[in-house]
Ligand binder design. Structure first.
Ligand SMILES: Cc1cc2nc3c(=O)[nH]c(=O)nc-3n(C[C@H](O)[C@H](O)[C@H](O)COP(=O)(O)OP(=O)(O)OC[C@H]3O[C@@H](n4cnc5c(N)ncnc54)[C@H](O)[C@@H]3O)c2cc1C
Length: 433
């Protein structure tokens, strides 16, 4: 199948890449889940584009000098070349098929693109259980479902793992006496699901969903139909809706300490929020930042007592109580001022900073399912005790579900219940087992 992919080393780079016409290069490593996620997409695209574009793979671990010279610092990284010149995007991490296709299309004439596109055949896949979202809830449902011998597929728009992947340390997941790094916990969960027999469609675009037909379309060409569907798409940070927030997101405003705290070494940071996440993440940011100012709407924190004890003992941290942000102001490259309002008096004041982190709750990831579900007053999906939603054969688990407490343990509990209920129902129906 991979006939149109060439494996080369650094010594062959000049001849096979620089002196060639159009080339795509994948720097990969072993024991690299995102590299595995890319491999099948790369192979399938080499079959389609391989007559027009040379598909090359280079083992990064054995060709480090070349990789470094090209600015390749992580695996996988995909680079595109047109007659010796690097062009297009540098893709890395959870690489989407759509991004590969966009860059490949840009290398060849439009008429060839049309011919190639006409050869893409729609694929129809059937399975017992289709899980949309591979965070703790979806992965746990996958483990139980596959162990019940049900043919199970997990589809995710990113790499599996969910929020936990970007949580710096998890100290409350049973079985880990010492805090475990979030990415390690999510890695273990994904590997467990893989070992149980779950099939993955990672880093895809979910381009269609018809839950009443129990169907999801992936990357515009694969339609997956299932006996039962589990929705486990979680939630995303809730924006504050404050002036400047949308504009400066990623330019001084962040929602992820694990991702961005490192950029604030010896800098002054403002954190908005006072719940568990805000305090946990502030503690992490304090490893890097010189000073942290926590702006909170109440006169006390909502975080648990252990976290409160730690944050009050941290001499880098100060608090601005009973204030809310009203505007983020940018000067040059980054946000450097936050205008806050004192809630009791309506008085405004301006706080100086080098960057802002916002941890002000979450909202359910529901866009894909436009209004299909019965929702609670906050917009989360209502289910019964077995995780049935209002749509027949569609279960909803994890943070997207209407419930009081959203934690990894409650997400894995939901996933367990849905998969066990499904196994029972399919056994009774005589289907899938
Ligand atoms: C900063 C922070 C720190 C936290 N710390 C802790 C902690 O220490 N301990 C703890 O117990 N809990 C913690 N939590 C809460 C915990 O992370 C969540 O409760 C848990 O991850 C929920 O799991 P989930 O599977 O429901 O959703 P998620 O973890 O959000 O996973 C959802 C998955 O669905 C995918 N997805 C989204 N949309 C789509 C779509 N349209 N199609 C396909 N896939 C999609 C996402 O890519 C993701 O992989 C923290 C949360 C945050 C935000």
């Amino acid at each position: 199948m991979a006939e149109k992919i060439m494996y080369i080393n650094a010594a062959q780079f000049e001849e096979e890449v620089i002196n060639a016409d159009r080339v795509v290069v994948d720097f990969y490593s072993t024991e690299c889940p995102p590299c595995e996620a890319l491999a099948s997409k790369y192979e399938a695209l080499s079959e389609l584009y391989g007559d027009d574009i040379k598909f090359i793979k280079i083992f990064r671990q054995e060709n480090r000098d070349l990789a470094e010279m090209l600015g390749v610092t992580s695996s996988p990284t995909v680079l595109f070349y047109d007659r010796g010149k690097q062009v297009g995007d540098t893709l890395n991490g959870g690489i989407r098929r759509a991004d590969l296709i966009r860059n490949l299309d840009a290398l060849i004439p439009d008429e060839r693109v049309s011919e190639i596109k006409s050869r893409i055949k729609p694929v129809h896949t059937e399975c017992d259980v289709l899980i949309v979202g591979g965070g703790p809830a979806g992965l746990t449902a996958g483990i139980y479902s596959a162990q019940a011998m049900l043919d199970t597929i997990i589809v995710d728009i990113a790499l599996p793992g969910g929020w936990v992947t970007t949580t710096h340390q998890v100290s409350n997941y049973p079985g880990f006496v010492d805090p475990i790094q979030g990415f390690m916990l999510s890695h273990q969960m994904s590997e467990h699901a893989k070992a149980a027999g779950v099939k993955f469609r990672p880093a895809v675009d979910v381009t269609g969903a018809d839950l009443r037909k129990k169907q999801i379309v992936v990357d515009e060409y694969e339609t997956i139909t299932a006996n039962k569907i589990i929705i486990a798409t979680g939630s995303s940070p809730r924006p504050l809706g404050v002036k400047g927030e949308k504009e400066y997101r990623g330019k001084g405003i962040s929602y992820c300490a694990t991702c961005d705290a490192k950029y604030y070494q010896d800098r002054d940071v403002i954190v908005i929020g006072g719940g568990n996440s805000a305090i946990e993440e502030s503690l992490f940011i304090s490893r890097f930042a010189r000073k942290i100012t926590i702006v909170h709407q109440f006169d006390h924190l909502q975080a648990n007592s252990m976290l409160q004890e730690k944050i009050f003992a941290n001499d880098k941290v100060s608090f601005v109580w009973e204030h809310e942000p009203r505007e983020f102001v940018k000067n040059g490259a980054s946000v450097n001022k936050v205008v806050v309002e004192e809630l009791n008096t309506g008085k405004m004041k301006t706080l100086e900073c080098d960057g802002v982190f916002i941890f002000a709750g979450t909202q359910p990831n529901l866009e894909l399912f436009n209004g299909d579900f019965s929702l609670d007053q906050w917009g989360y999906v209502e289910t019964d005790d077995d995780m049935h939603s209002s749509i027949p054969d569609v279960f909803v688990v994890g943070d997207i579900r209407s419930k009081k407490y959203r934690q990894i343990t409650t997400a894995v509990a939901d996933g367990t219940i849905a998969a066990m209920a499904i196994a029972k129902e399919l056994e009774t129906d005589g289907a899938g087992v």
